[in-house]
Design a protein around this ligand. Structure first.
Ligand code: C2O
Ligand code: CU
Length: 441
């Protein structure tokens, strides 16, 4: 097809199809003969979720806990996950949020596979092409199963040969944010977390927002945003006196420098919890909580510009994606529903593209509520907001908050054939109509 992946720093090999551009079924799955580099079994169960530091809730676990085990792989690895549904009555799947997997591994019940019934199993195989921070979650009755814990983190580390990714960090930790029955947790616990680090050491904190609403990150000390949604920021600068916002489903890797001996730095994550980083013997009180800054870091102008690997000024396709609110009564249930170009799922026409196309979407939110829009299987570059062109590092997202009245132009390269959901990640909104699909062979 001649098109490579969308942005600088992204994995170049798409693994999808040969030089002719013709589609074969093999382009939708990973090489079936290649042995796996990372193999994991994940077992989903319905029942009690223990929330250390808080009270337990009724929900879902993966291998006995929520979040489930963190998967770590290296860029280029073939990851094979055997998913077992032991007791989730509605059936369940796993979706690899933010990873450009082959379509057959995307885990969307009713679209790319059937939900795995109790007693069933399903094998997911994909090559982890792009290093970065991602997560997995069920994509069956998602508004219930994700909210109640059927999820976990997956981190793709840069290949040892590929050089430093963003700021080279010697400590690399995950901060997964989730609310269980009103309790704000960090890595599954109702507690702050201590991270031991030597003075001057750089710590990379991979913040994952698995919740239904926007999360904020801030600190009294400067920090840097080294990646958004798994893609490195080019030449990030220090953020001071501003907060970073992460949409529902989104991730941001933040780097923090550990202070002098006897001190710690407090990184507020998600509003209610913090990562306390530095000398293990320093009292936590040496970095007291500080109020959240009002000013928000604008990722549209953050970092240093660098050219895109495709020309977004002359797209092969462009589409409007206008979100509006509609009051209605559906299945006897009165309430607000959400439309895309005047239609609700499943009546939204497919966005139809051809492999290799540069696609531009004009998102507009006329609905009066914020929507974190998530496209599967692709990474998207933000071109402009409200007519103001991006001026920083390419801002790469798979989850983007679109606030009431805002409009965004976003672009992606259609380099991963299949049928891909493009929906709101405040998952009850998806149930109430806010789902579309992009499709191509
Ligand atoms: Cu994280 Cu379609 O979802
Ligand atoms: Cu929404």
């Amino acid at each position: 097809s001649g098109h490579s992946a969308g942005v600088p720093g992204a994995g170049e090999a798409s693994g999808t199809g040969g030089a002719t551009g013709a589609v074969s079924v093999t382009s939708l799955i990973a090489d079936p003969d290649r042995p796996a580099d990372v193999r994991v079994e994940l077992v989903a169960r319905e029942g009690t979720v223990e929330v250390p530091g808080g009270r337990s809730i009724e929900g879902y676990t993966v291998n006995g806990t929520s979040p489930g085990p963190e998967i770590r792989a290296e860029q280029g690895d073939l990851v094979e996950v055997e998913f077992v549904n032991e007791s989730v009555a509605d059936g369940a799947t796993l979706h690899w949020h933010g990873i450009d997997v082959p379509n057959a591994a995307d885990g969307v019940a009713g679209i790319t596979q059937d939900a795995v019934p109790v007693g069933g199993r399903h094998v997911y195989r994909f090559v982890a092409e792009d290093a970065g921070t991602y997560w997995y979650h069920s994509h069956q009755v998602s508004h219930v199963q994700v909210e109640r814990g059927l999820l976990g983190a997956i981190v793709i580390e840069p290949a040892a040969t590929s050089g430093p990714s963003g700021d080279a960090a010697s400590r690399d930790v995950t901060a997964l944010l989730h609310v269980y029955g009103g309790q704000h947790t960090l890595n599954g616990r109702v507690a702050d977390e201590r991270v031991e680090a030597e003075p001057g050491e750089t710590v990379r904190v991979r913040v994952i927002n698995t919740d239904q609403g926007t999360a904020s990150v801030w600190s009294a000390e400067p920090f840097r945003v080294v990646a958004t949604d798994g893609h490195d920021v080019n030449r990030p600068s220090d953020v001071e006196g501003q907060r970073l916002l992460i949409p529902a489903g989104g991730r941001a890797d933040v780097s923090v420098r550990a202070p002098a001996a006897g001190h710690v730095v407090r990184l507020h994550v998600g509003g209610a919890r913090s990562m306390v980083i530095g000398d293990a013997s320093a009292p936590e009180a040496s970095a007291p909580p500080v109020r959240q800054p009002k000013e928000t870091l604008d990722l549209l102008a953050y970092g240093a510009p660098t050219p895109l690997s495709f020309d977004a000024s002359a797209p092969d396709r462009s589409y409007d994606y206008v979100i509006a609110r509609r009051f209605g009564i559906i299945d006897g249930r009165p309430g607000n529903f959400w439309t895309i170009n005047g239609r609700m799922f499943p009546d939204v026409p497919m966005f139809d593209v051809t492999e290799g196309d540069v696609v531009v979407m004009h998102l507009r939110n006329d609905s009066g509520d914020v929507h974190p829009m998530h496209l599967h299987g692709h990474h998207v570059v933000v071109l402009s907001r409200d007519g103001v062109a991006a001026s920083g590092s390419p801002w790469v997202v798979d989850s983007l908050d679109v606030h009431p009245g805002e409009s965004y132009d976003i672009a992606f390269v259609a380099d991963n054939p299949g049928i891909w959901s493009d929906h709101c990640h405040t998952l009850p909104h998806a149930v109430d109509g806010l789902i579309a699909h992009v499709m191509y062979e």
